[in-house]
Ligand binder design. Structure first.
Ligand code: SF4
Length: 347
């Protein structure tokens, strides 16, 4: 039995109810839409798709913060923001070459939650939780239960990192590391800061955009500390995700001596259009974020319907180059399991 088949993916999602004393961002996360019937009702989607959506959500749970619904056209299952989060029957189809571990995470594990893939860097799965469930997620099958997060796992990872003196950059990933509370992040930060060979801290997150309340004063203070050269990599695929409050949150982050980068995934029916990609780059830059990577879809089981071919991707990026200055054109890359680096595709 493979690691990922030990329990259904849905089991990793912990249902929460709003509680007194929670921060605004925690209430927003707890109030997410997690029920496909409710999502179909709220957005007045065609009921004919509900049964398949519910079956898909049984494999990988539905989750999106309620505020995202404001930017989604009702009755439009193909809305480019909704398409990223709406479970669909297409996820139930098997496709050759699409696997549960598309980028070789399992083979890169060096202890609970610690992955080593590339020279000088290590990645810590700080938590398995996310505020949104992206249907194309390359870790949608990741066995988070075998990579427990929390103090014990962090101790083991920090012990491993203390011996790995060739590592100068630690990447916090997940899940979404900003799903940890400020106190827990500060605890982890202190453990990392005590390792003198770590110079750079990188945080991969969707929270500043999907739940902008997450940027508490405490979080900004922590990430802005000078101990590390810190970068935050957000994950925005379509300009419609950049609502005014998300842009304001990104600008606040950018004022904290943090380098802000974006990585997108090229997704069929979401952003496979040169006009959309150019708009996205321009809106990101206006928010203080550099468009860094445009990824080809990782071939993860359940996401084949999002794939855009390599030739089409190259043509899109070439067309972007003819319209935008070079610094607004992201690098088109593909990740291959076991490779020493991401492959940059010539454009
Ligand atoms: S936020 Fe990131 S880790 Fe979470 S589901 Fe989306 S792509 Fe996957």
């Amino acid at each position: 039995m493979s690691l990922s088949s030990r329990r259904p993916e849905k089991a990793r999602i912990i249902a929460r109810s709003p509680e007194a004393g929670q921060a605004a961002w925690q209430r927003a996360v707890a109030d997410s839409v997690r029920d496909t019937s409710q999502l179909f009702d709220l957005l007045r989607l065609e009921p004919a798709g509900l049964a398949a959506a519910t079956a898909a959500a049984d494999r990988f749970a539905c989750r999106l913060p309620r505020r995202l619904l404001d930017g989604i056209a009702t009755g439009t299952a193909g809305d480019p923001v909704l398409r990223q989060f709406l479970p669909s029957g297409a996820e139930l189809e098997a496709h050759e070459g699409y696997t549960t571990d598309p980028v070789g995470d399992l083979g890169a594990a060096r202890g609970p939650g610690l992955l080593r893939k590339y020279a000088g860097r290590a990645l810590l799965i700080a938590t398995g939780a996310c505020a949104v469930h992206c249907r194309y997620c390359f870790r949608r099958h990741f066995p988070y239960s075998d990579h427990q997060t929390g103090r014990d796992a962090w101790s083991a990872a920090l012990a491993e990192l203390s011996r790995a003196t060739d590592v100068s950059e630690i990447i916090l990933s997940g899940g979404d590391p900003l799903m940890l509370t400020d106190d827990r992040l500060a605890e982890l930060w202190r453990g990392l800061a005590a390792l003198p060979h770590l110079q750079r801290l990188r945080v991969h997150t969707r929270l500043p955009v999907v739940v902008p309340e997450r940027l508490t004063a405490g979080l900004l203070e922590l990430l802005g500390r000078p101990r590390f050269a810190t970068s935050v990599v957000v994950h925005v695929n379509h300009p419609n995700e950049l609502a005014a409050d998300s842009v304001a949150a990104l600008r606040r982050l950018g004022r904290s001596s943090i380098t802000l980068l974006n990585q997108s995934v090229l997704l069929q029916g979401v952003n496979d259009d040169v006009g959309v990609l150019c708009d996205l780059s321009e809106h990101l830059f206006a928010a203080g974020v550099l468009p860094y990577y445009l990824h080809l879809l990782d071939p993860v089981a359940g996401a084949a319907h999002f794939a855009v071919g390599k030739q089409e991707a190259v043509a899109l990026v070439r067309a972007m180059r003819s319209r935008l200055p070079g610094y607004l054109v992201p690098r088109l890359v593909r990740e291959t399991a076991g490779a020493a680096a991401k492959e940059a595709l010539a454009c």
